[in-house]
Design a protein. Structure first.
Length: 251
């Protein structure tokens, strides 16, 4: 039997709730995972390489970005990179009255420009393996609420960028996005610690009567890379328990 060709995945925001689930899912599926985050490697998170990297700095400092890409490329085999999962994001909340220039720059650097520049920086490696990119967007790309202007705008732009880059990059590299609604990360659950009624209400808003799990986002990402077929390109898939198709009105 021929030895299996190694497959590599790069995951940003790998120390976060969804990021850790994505690292586990791809590792279990046999990928060598290069996990990156500004935070230290979480205890117990298995991966092939962990790089502590500030995405905002990869936007502002080209030499720093080239060094990060060099470290990633040095770890890859000659077959290149199977997938890049642009998962990291920040959420700076504030109203249209209070958001500052700095809030906007930080949000757009991490949530939008970094996914673009990382895709561009790793393009030859992705192309070599006929690989694909998965951007973790959000339901806020389409539907939002008060005080989410900066975050929602960055996610709307990330979904739009996914579609534009699909036109630009096809047929060399596939690119798709996932738009999750509320996902039960440890942080989200902790926020409802003393508000279990509110958590029940949040669940009940969803036609499926629950919110999503980190595992469901990770499975969707893996399916986009290798399960749904090579015709999936430029898609922004809602992963939202149906909340995005539900009409809320007073009658
Ligand atoms: N949790 C949800 O309900 C939900 C819903 C929809 C979309 N999303 C999206 O899913 C993705 C992951 O979210 P999460 O809930 O796991 O959030 P999280 O905050 O747990 O994880 C985000 C990770 O990104 C990292 N990060 C932030 N700034 C960085 C920087 N400058 N450089 C490098 N790393 C940086 C953080 O350290 C963190 O580990 C995000 O894109 C988020 O917008 C989450």
């Amino acid at each position: 039997m021929e030895p299996a060709i190694p497959r590599y995945a790069v995951v940003t925001g790998a120390a976060g709730g969804i990021g850790q689930a994505i690292v586990r899912e791809f590792t279990q599926a046999g990928y060598s995972v290069i996990a990156t985050d500004i935070a230290e490697q979480p205890a117990g998170l298995r991966c092939s390489l962990y790089l502590q990297v500030d995405l905002a700095r990869t936007v502002s400092d080209e030499a720093y970005a080239q060094d990060v890409f060099y470290q990633i490329k040095a770890h890859l085999g000659p077959q290149g990179l199977t997938t890049l999962i642009n998962n990291a994001a920040i959420q700076i909340l504030g109203s249209a009255d209070s958001l500052t220039r700095d809030d906007w720059h930080k949000t757009l650097d991490v949530n939008l420009l970094a996914p673009f520049l990382w895709t561009q920086g790793l393009l030859p490696e992705l192309e070599r393996s006929r690989g694909s990119v998965v951007n973790i967007s959000s339901i806020h790309a389409r539907l939002t609420k008060k005080n989410f202007v900066a975050y929602a705008t960055s996610k709307a732009a990330l979904s739009g960028m996914t579609r534009s880059m699909a036109v630009d990059l096809g047929p060399r590299v596939r690119i798709n996005a996932i738009e999750p609604a509320a996902i039960a990360t440890d942080m989200l659950i902790a926020g409802f610690d003393d508000k279990s009624m509110l958590f029940r209400e949040l669940e009940a808003c969803h036609p499926l009567n629950r919110i999503g799990s980190t595992q469901e986002v990770a499975s969707c990402a893996l399916a986009m890379v290798q399960g749904m077929g090579e015709f999936l390109h430029g898609a922004c898939i809602s992963l939202d328990g149906g909340i995005g198709v539900r009409l809320f009105d007073p009658i």
